[in-house]
Write a protein that binds this ligand. Structure first.
Ligand code: AMP
Length: 231
């Protein structure tokens, strides 16, 4: 299942038994699937080429696939391989049976200190590994953290990630509540933007809402710039 470029095995959708839908994203659907050859369970993400082209996302998707395929860490969702047919692109992903951290937070409203500490430790370990490999995630938030069988962190969605060597360092991306001041002010930034997001996430897990949340986006921007969390 390794994605190494030249020797990569070419899969087709007929190599899989497709199971229940696991979820739906902006551009595709994700299904539980089993590789017929060895019963290996995976999550198969199906994207329509037409929608990717319509959204002008070819470049972003290629970058996401290339980056995620090369990262191997227990707290980063593996991208094993990919293939495509005339209309669709398929990503073969590690299955995260615990679902989204976002849903765990919604169910419990806030998490206790012990659970939060474990999540933050696993997340920090995974992000250190990314940074050692010159990758910045840039979009850490509860929706992008999936959970393994024992509730362990599996960072997913490298759609906004970037290799520092090719960094267009002023690109604004990510989610409003998690945006670091230097990105809002369109200043050059580096991998420390992910550290800011660890802090915001830690706050949201313990308190139940992100620190700079406000009724309008301009107020959120203002609070972030002035470092004024809600009290
Ligand atoms: P996405 O398009 O990546 O946002 O995925 C849509 C939804 O499918 C997510 O919000 C998850 O609930 C679910 N999902 C995506 N990937 C996986 C996975 N590898 N394992 C389990 N569920 C997943």
């Amino acid at each position: 299942m390794e994605p190494s470029t030249s020797t990569r095995k070419r899969f087709t959708v007929n190599d899989f038994e497709i199971g229940r839908p696991l979820g739906r994203g902006k551009f595709g659907r994700v299904y539980l699937a089993r590789l017929k050859e060895n019963n290996f369970i995976v999550a198969l993400k199906v994207l329509f080429k037409s929608e990717i082209e319509k959204g002008g996302l070819e470049h972003q998707l290629r970058r996401e696939v290339e980056i995620q395929a090369h990262l191997q860490h227990p707290n980063i969702l593996r991208l094993y391989n990919y293939f495509y047919d005339d209309t669709r692109m398929y990503l073969i992903l590690e299955y995260a049976p615990g679902g989204e951290l976002y849903k765990e937070l919604q169910r419990n409203q806030q998490l206790d200190q012990e659970r939060t500490a474990t999540i933050i430790e696993e997340l920090s370990d995974a992000l250190s590994y990314c940074h050692e490999n010159k990758v910045i995630h840039r979009d850490i938030k509860p929706e992008n953290i999936l959970l393994g069988l024992r509730g362990e962190v599996k960072i997913s969605d490298f759609g906004w990630s970037v290799h520092t060597l090719s960094l267009r360092r002023k690109t604004i991306c990510g989610t409003l509540d998690y945006l670091p001041p230097e990105m809002i002010e369109q200043k050059p930034y580096n991998e420390t933007v992910d550290l800011w997001c660890i802090g915001v996430l830690c706050y949201e897990l313990l308190v139940g809402k992100p620190p700079f949340e406000s009724s309008t986006s301009s107020e959120t921007y203002r609070r972030i710039r002035k470092l004024l969390p809600m009290t």
